[in-house]
Design a binder for this molecule. Structure first.
Ligand code: ZN
Length: 259
């Protein structure tokens, strides 16, 4: 699955170049009083009013929506003076009290964090050593200049452990098929299609089942069932309508039209 990134770039941003590209930063709003259906819009409006002090490049929320409000690859004011000059993108997650909505928001959040990391050329690894995707907590613990510890507590409150978050960042939630997986699948489908097309002539060497044996032997002896042309009686073969008509005709000729 792919997402649309809605563009609502704010005006009057500082537009400062980064010192270097090292990180993509994962946040959540930390706002336990803004969890309703308009949480995403509220957060964006709030950030627009307070962009002189705090802003990030993206917001995720509203059931899997992604809104970009500032350019990437420019300094954003999201994780303090030690992290900001190195952060290509900073992604905020709006809260919701609805667990079903959270699942959609989380999927979009993972997708966007990974996409930003790939675009920035840093590893899709959460809080590892070196460059990569960093939690706001990692910035606080390792670089300083900020005290926030998001986004883990909110994710945990929605049932996503730290280990799960790490794994999802690494693997993604919905990887696309590789070309070889696609080709393999295509071959399987072709094989299945030809099997279905020829199912009436499937060959089976198996013996006639015991409970059918008497009728089977009778039908052969009376000439109602004959071989399939390759000296195979094919007892488990599928009966086509034309074969059925032939058998009925043989039966009629032999037992009914018995002049
Ligand atoms: Zn944060």
């Amino acid at each position: 699955m792919s997402y649309v990134i809605e563009m609502q770039i704010m005006s009057g941003l500082p537009n400062q170049p980064l010192t270097a590209i090292k990180y993509v930063v994962a946040h959540e709003s930390g706002n336990s009083t803004n969890t309703g259906p308009n949480a995403l819009e509220n957060e964006i409006a709030y950030m627009n009013r307070n962009k002189d002090n705090a802003f990030v490049s993206h917001w995720v929320g509203g059931g899997g929506r992604i809104v970009q409000i500032a350019p990437v690859n420019r300094v954003q004011y999201g994780c303090g003076p030690k992290g900001n000059p190195y952060s290509y993108a900073q992604v905020e997650l709006a809260r919701t009290s609805d667990k079903e909505q959270f699942k959609k928001d989380y999927a979009a959040y993972i997708w966007l964090l990974r996409k930003m990391a790939i675009e920035a050329g840093v590893p899709t690894i959460l809080d590892g050593t070196g460059n990569g995707i960093k939690s706001h907590r990692w910035i606080a613990d390792n670089l300083g200049g900020t005290t926030h510890k998001d986004p883990f507590a909110y994710l945990m409150s929605m049932g996503v452990t730290e280990a799960q978050f790490q794994q999802d960042i690494k693997n993604g939630l919905e990887e696309e098929l590789t070309v070889s997986q696609y080709n393999e699948l295509k071959q399987e489908i072709e094989a299945l299609k030809s099997l279905l097309a020829t199912k009436a002539s499937l060959q089976s060497d198996r013996e006639v089942g015991a409970s059918y044996k008497e009728a089977w032997d009778w039908a052969i002896q009376e000439g109602i069932i004959r071989g399939d042309g390759s000296k195979n009686m094919n007892p488990a073969g599928v009966l086509t309508r034309e074969q059925m008509a032939t058998m009925l005709k043989r039966y009629y000729d032999k037992f009914v039209d018995n002049k």
